[in-house]
Design a protein around this ligand. Sequence first.
Ligand code: NAD
Length: 499
Amino acid sequence: MTEKNSGLDIVRQQEQLGASFIDGAYVPGEVDPTFKKVHPGTGEELFVTRFSRKVDVANALQAARRISDTQAWQRVPPYEKREILLALAAKIDENAELLGVLDAGEMGKTISDATFDAHVSAYLFRYYAESLDKWFAKSMVSESSVLAYNKYAPRGVIGAIAPWNYPTCNAALKIAPVLCASNSVVLKPSEHAYLSTLLIAKLASEAGLPNGVLNVVTGTGEHIGDLIARSAACDMITFTGSHQTGRKIMRAAAESNGKPILMECGGKNASIVMPDMDDDLSSLAERIAAETYANQGQLCVASSRVLVHKDLAARLTEELCAASSRRIPSNPFDPASSFGTIVNRSQRDRMIAQINQAKGEGNRCLLEPSQEVLSRSGSYLNPVVFDQVQPRDFIAQTEIFGPVLAITTFDSIEQAIEIANCTEYGLSASVWTRDFRAIQKVSNELVVGKLKIRASLEPARGVGFSLGSEPARASGFGVETGLEALESYSRLMSLEITG
Ligand code: NAD
C-alpha cells in the first residue's frame, strides 16, 4: 500500500458487500442515520453506515440454531474440521494485507501492525485446528462392568460480542475455540471496526465451513448486541469489552434464559520496576514504552501504570519521557508509521477530558498532549505522561484505554504489590526484576490473570495466546485462551455405562 487513499477505496468497496454474513452469504443491512463512518487518519467520511436489521439477527440465530439442533457441525469428524480451519488460516494469511487495510481504515491501527494482527489471527486458527486431535477428556478407573468417562459436549449456539481494538485477533479469538468445540456462533464485532470480521466469515465459507456455523451481524451494542444477549436461542455469551458493558450483558442474560457468560474486560495494569534493574534504564524505558503504547495504548493489557522504586524514579521517569516522545503519531496507512490514531474523535476527546481532569486534580503532567497533533484532521493523540501519581488518584484508577501513562513511586516490594492491587481490575501486570525473592512474592500476591516477569531487556517472544489464564475482579471471568478455552465452550458430561 503506497497511496494513502487507495486503502480507503478498498475499505469503501468492502463495505458495499453487506452488513451481515448469515448462512454462508452477505446480507445487505439498513442505514443507521446516527452513525457516520470516518477514517481516523484523515477525518474524511468513509461511508454512511449500514448495520444488520433485527430480522438479520433473528435469521443468524436461526441458522446457528439449525446447525446446533441437527448437529451438522458436531458430526464433522475432527480431522475434517481441522482441514477446514487450516484452510481458513491459509486464506487469512493470503488476505493479510487486505484485512490489515480494513482495520487501519476503520480504527487507525498502523498498517504494519494491522497486517501483523491478521497473521496472528491465522496462527490462532492453526493453534486450535491442531488441537482437535490432541484434546482428551478423562476416563475413570472402575470395576470391569462399568465404563465411566467424561465427554465434552458443545454448548450449542454461542453469541460472541467483541471490541474494536484488535478486530481480526478478537474475531479469531472468539471464533476458533468456539468452532473447535463444535458450537455454532453468531458474532457481533464492534460497530467501530467490523469489516475484517465479515471478511473472515466469507473466507471461512470459502475454506469449506458449512453454512450457518459462523454468522456475523453488525450494529451498535445497545441495539444488536442487546438482542443477542437477550436471545433465548443463544446458549452462551462470550464477551470482550469494558466491564460496564459486561455488567449490562450479565443483566440481559439473567433476565432472559440465564445463559452462562465468559467475560474478558478491561485493566489498569501495573509495570513494577524493582531497584535491581538499574543497569540500562534507557533500554528498560523503551521496553516499558513498547508495552504501554502498543496500538496507541488501546490494548487491554497495556501497562498504563508504572510503579518504580524510589532509587530509580527520577532517572527512569526521564527515560520514559524520552521513549514516549519518540512515538510520533502519523498516518496509519504510511508503511513507516509505528504509532497510528485513536479509534475516533469522540474517544480521543474523552481522553483529553480525562487528562484535563487529572491535571485539575493536581497531577503533574510531564508530557502534555501536543497542540500540533490535536489540531490535525483525524483523531491523533501523542503519548502523555503523568508522574508523582498517588495510588488512589483518578488517573491511577481509571482505564483510559489510550496513550496515557501514570508513574508512581514506591519504597518496598510490599508497597509496590499493595499499590498494584489497589484498583478494581485484575487483568495483567509486568514486574521488572532479577531478584528471586521479589519474583516469588509478586507471583504469590498480585491479583491478576497474566503476570509477566521481565528479567531481561531483550524483547520477549513470549507465549502469545497459547497459555490459558483467567482475569480477576472487574477484569472478567472464564478462560478464553489456551487449550482451556475449548473447555470454556463445552459442557462437561459424565457417562456411566454398565454392562
Ligand atoms: P465496549 O464495552 O464499549 O464494547 C464492546 C462490545 O460490546 C462492542 O461490540 C459493543 O457494541 C458491545 N456492546 C455495547 N453495549 C452493549 C450492550 N448493552 N449489550 C450488548 N453488547 C453491547 O468496549 P470497547 O470500547 O469496544 O472496547 C474497549 C474495552 O474492551 C476496554 O475496556 C478494554 O480493556 C476491553 N478489552 C478487553 C480485552 C481482554 O481480553 N480482556 C481485550 C480487548 C479489549
